[in-house]
Design a binder for this molecule. Structure first.
Ligand SMILES: NC(=O)C1=CN([C@@H]2O[C@H](COP(=O)(O)OP(=O)(O)OC[C@H]3O[C@@H](n4cnc5c(N)ncnc54)[C@H](O)[C@@H]3O)[C@@H](O)[C@H]2O)C=CC1
Ligand SMILES: CC(C)CC(=O)C(=O)O
Length: 364
């Protein structure tokens, strides 16, 4: 599909292609919607097989942030960046400085942070060139790595999901399969282990798997075997589109609750989970702890205030199940409706004329 057709499909505002030959930077900044405020979303660095794959990830992630920020009650729009390259081999200081200048050039329309493949150190470099970056070192009065806070939110959301799926929000004795034990899922596994859950993990990075086995007594399985395990809960914490025609028939769990963005390959896969009686905690609600945390920086970071708000993800997930049952719609649709209704309300409230320096009608 042509790029403008993709953009028109879900009314994207801007796709910015950034290239810096010296550093090797190839980045795509996606600004989906700024109705609620500047677009905030992380920067992912991934070894995409093709530019088309990178563009697709950027636009799916960018729109996901619009819904995430809206549903979280934040005054922020949605956007995201993907940097094409191997985060283990291709990073250099100039790349992130050059990227920071591209972000600065957007004059606050986009605010970035971490995501897969990027770190606090990378954000600190970006901060050298732009004001519009969050998740930087606490030394600068910021919130640092958002991942542990995201994990806390996923943990709280998973408990709300357990209440819906099993009639009890305790995770003690539950078997949880965790796909991808990186930044977020390592801390999620810590919470689950402390509550007495049994862990089955997979990762394409052997070191990450071994760390979970050593620290939490997790059972390791091959990446492709994670879907078919006998378990109660599946926690996708790696990449997106993993709830699909191939994986759904393998699932034996009663609950899907994980941090990954864009878990449903297509919306119909959310319908399929519902049809199979598998409870789904909408990804952009359960994983909103990170953005809630970094967004607090915009008001002068206060950890206690941020964590208290992240803890309410439990209530947000419960509210979505209420809407789902009240309206007879799958949980993913209930979450979409919550986000879309807020965006529409704010857009309407802004539609009234307001005289300002840009639209003064001269009186001759
Ligand atoms: N970091 C954060 O605060 C937030 C992260 N997310 C999402 O959560 C997910 C994880 O994010 P992070 O933990 O930050 O990333 P990460 O890169 O630290 O961890 C992802 C892990 O998944 C593994 N992985 C990749 N493909 C895999 C596969 N096919 N099978 C098994 N493992 C695989 C990677 O090796 C890595 O260990 C991503 O989808 C991200 O967009 C969402 C909200 C906030
Ligand atoms: C703070 C970031 C991790 C926000 C973001 O990009 C996300 O929630 O996916």
């Amino acid at each position: 599909m042509a790029i403008f057709d993709k953009m028109e499909q879900h009314d994207y505002e801007q796709l910015v292609f950034c290239q810096d030959k010296t550093s090797g930077l190839k980045a795509i900044i996606c600004i989906h919607d700024t109705t609620l405020g500047p677009a905030l979303g992380g920067t992912r660095m991934w070894n995409y097989a093709t530019e088309e794959e990178a563009i697709e990830d950027a636009i799916r992630l960018g729109r996901g942030m619009t819904y995430k920020n809206a549903a979280a009650g934040l005054n922020l729009g949605g956007g995201k960046t993907v940097i094409i390259g191997d985060p283990l081999k291709d990073k250099n200081e100039e790349m992130f400085r050059a990227f920071g200048r591209f972000v600065q050039g957007l004059n606050g329309r986009y605010i970035t942070a971490e995501d897969v493949g990027t770190t606090v150190a990378d954000m600190d470099l970006i901060r050298e060139e732009t004001d519009f970056v969050t998740g930087v070192s606490p030394a600068f009065g910021s919130s640092g790595n958002p991942s542990p806070v995201t994990a806390y939110g996923v943990y709280k959301g998973m408990k709300a999901g357990a209440l819906e799926a099993f009639g009890d929000d305790s995770l003690e004795g539950k078997t949880v399969t965790v796909q991808g034990v990186g930044n977020v899922a390592y801390t999620l596994c810590k919470h689950l282990h402390e509550e007495g859950a049994k862990l089955i993990v997979s990762d394409i990075n052997e070191e990450a798997v071994q760390r979970a086995v050593n620290d939490f007594g997790a059972v390791a399985v091959a990446p492709n075997d994670i879907y078919s395990q006998e378990a109660d809960i599946f926690a996708p914490c790696a990449m997106g589109a993993i709830i699909n025609d191939d994986t759904i028939p393998q699932l034996k769990v009663k609950l899907v609750a994980g941090s990954a963005n864009n878990q449903l390959k297509e919306e119909r896969h959310g319908d399929e989970l519902e049809a199979r009686g598998i409870v789904y905690t909408p990804d952009f609600v359960i994983n909103s702890g990170g953005v809630i945390n970094v967004a607090d920086e915009l008001y002068g970071y206060n950890e206690e205030r941020a964590l208290k708000r992240v803890g309410t993800i439990y209530d947000s997930i419960s509210k979505i199940f209420e809407i789902s049952k009240r309206d007879g719609i799958p949980s993913y649709k209930a979450a979409d409706r919550l986000a879309e209704e807020r965006i529409e309300r704010v857009a309407k409230s802004r539609s009234s004329f307001l005289r300002n320096e840009h639209n003064i009608i001269s009186r001759r």
